[in-house]
Ligand binder design. Structure first.
Ligand code: PEP
Length: 222
């Protein structure tokens, strides 16, 4: 099982240092990835993998406000999140996501690529067509790819998709790729055991329930 924590815009550097120490003390063999805000990247090595929530597809250059590969290299970061719905909502469209994917692939980075439908698409029953389009731009055979299915209507709402929906969608995605599949959307300490039991579910991407180290540790240990 992969346990990935998306800290989003939470934790300062000192806050993350504390978080990282607490988490590191409590995990041993689990496959844990944490995506802190980029200002809080740490140079120390931990038992979890440190990943980048965002990057610009460049090594370095005139891209005001962005972070390129050179900045990730400094912290030994080779795991990136691409396609999160909150980045898509800020304007990251399919051509840009493709550019990010291709850049990360060319670097050989581990990619967690997020896909997921909004409420209207879910309600009108066209989720699978929607996801198929979202997967069109990426190489589904890339060896370092993980796909995270994150229905937008379940993110940050406290209302996870139910097991039947997750099973159906992960089964569907698994007909297209052998990449490990994660589920994300209001995963917490209470529902993690049901989600872990789902066939084709290789892990979870956790937002809110990962921001406090103790909550995230409890979820991992559940
Ligand atoms: C996310 O934003 O990736 C996410 C899954 O958030 P939450 O766990 O808060 O729904």
């Amino acid at each position: 099982m992969i346990y990935a924590a998306n800290l989003k815009c939470n934790h300062t550097r000192s806050g993350f240092l504390e978080y990282a120490g607490e988490l590191d003390n409590k995990i041993s063999g689990e496959n844990v990835i944490v995506f802190p805000p980029s200002n809080a990247f740490l140079e120390a090595k931990f038992k979890f993998v440190q990943g980048a929530q965002n990057f610009y597809p460049c090594d370095s250059g005139s891209f005001t406000g962005e972070i390129g590969a050179a900045m990730l290299d400094e912290f030994g970061i080779t795991t990136v999140l691409i396609g999160h719905s909150e980045r898509r909502a800020l304007g990251e469209d399919e051509p840009f996501l493709k550019a990010k994917f291709d850049f990360a692939k060319q670097k050989g980075w581990d990619i967690i690529y997020c896909i997921g439908e909004d409420d209207i698409t879910h309600m009108n029953g066209s989720t699978k067509e929607f996801l198929t389009d979202q997967l069109e731009n990426i190489d589904l055979e890339y060896e370092n790819l993980v796909i995270a299915y994150e229905p937008i209507w379940a993110i940050g709402t406290g209302k996870s998709a139910n097991s039947a929906i997750i099973t159906d969608i992960l089964d569907f995605i698994s007909t297209k790729t052998t990449a490990p599949l994660l589920y994300g959307g209001s995963v917490n300490e209470k529902n993690i055991c049901d989600i872990k039991a789902i066939k084709n579910c290789n892990g979870v991407l956790v937002g809110t329930a990962s921001w406090d180290a103790k909550n995230f540790i409890n979820l991992i240990k559940a």
